[in-house]
Write a new protein. Structure first.
Length: 225
């Protein structure tokens, strides 16, 4: 069953969001549409276990293709079917391929997505924000906020790698998800809305940033200049 996200409190400030959230909808048989893809749709056990990186990549490419005319060739299968999207996920697996530790570095996802785009005649470049495991080595939280706002403001989804969920209880560790919106509450706490395993979720990004033990990364893609 898909998780139901509570309405955003009216006192929260929307910092940035994608305009076309309908492009995340993937029809399911006898159920409400998924919000982005789910790695559990992969056919093999290892793919289902380690497939969050290619799954997130597929979701982002699926969004970019219809939202920008010059990127239409990023997704060429018929739309509107879970089975067709599963085939697309298999295509992306061959480019964003998990290793023994999964896709545990931003560079693995960036390399795979840009190589795939290149086969479609599209040049992509990535913006990457790294979050070290050592708290004292991290940039201030407002720089992480500004990075996500910059990506969403350019209408490109932001891939988010969370290697340790810290004190969050609604986000898996060692996991890629897709950020679709960013909010700030009256206390200054950041909340991100995500596509995660076919569901829309909302997580306290400030709490994650200050409590994660291993850090992670955020990535978004733009047309190569």
């Amino acid at each position: 069953m898909l998780e139901m996200t509570a309405p955003v409190p009216p006192e929260w400030q929307l910092l940035a969001a994608l305009d076309r959230l309908d492009l995340f909808d993937i029809p399911l048989e006898d159920a409400a549409p998924a919000f982005g893809c789910d790695q559990d749709w992969y056919g093999e056990h290892w793919q289902r276990q380690a497939g969050c990186g290619p799954c997130t990549s597929a979701t982002i490419l699926y969004y970019l293709a219809p939202s920008r005319p010059e990127m239409a060739s990023l997704y060429t299968l018929p739309a509107g079917s879970q089975e067709q999207f599963r085939l697309f996920m298999d295509q992306i697996w061959h480019y964003v391929t998990p290793g023994r530790m999964g896709v545990n570095e931003a560079g693995m996802l960036v390399d795979g997505v840009t190589r795939y785009a290149g086969t479609r005649g599209i040049g992509l470049e990535a913006a990457v924000f790294g979050i070290p495991g050592l708290t004292g080595s991290r940039l201030p939280l407002d720089q992480f906020r500004d990075f996500i706002v910059a990506g969403l403001g350019r209408q490109t989804p932001v891939a988010f790698l969370n290697l340790s969920n810290g004190k969050l209880d609604n986000l898996d560790s060692w996991h890629w998800v897709t950020v679709t919106a960013l909010f700030c509450d009256p206390q200054g706490q950041l909340f991100a809305e995500l596509s995660d395993s076919g569901e829309k979720k909302r997580v306290n990004l400030s709490l994650w940033y200050t409590t994660t033990r291993l850090g992670g990364a955020a990535v978004y893609f733009l047309p190569k200049k």
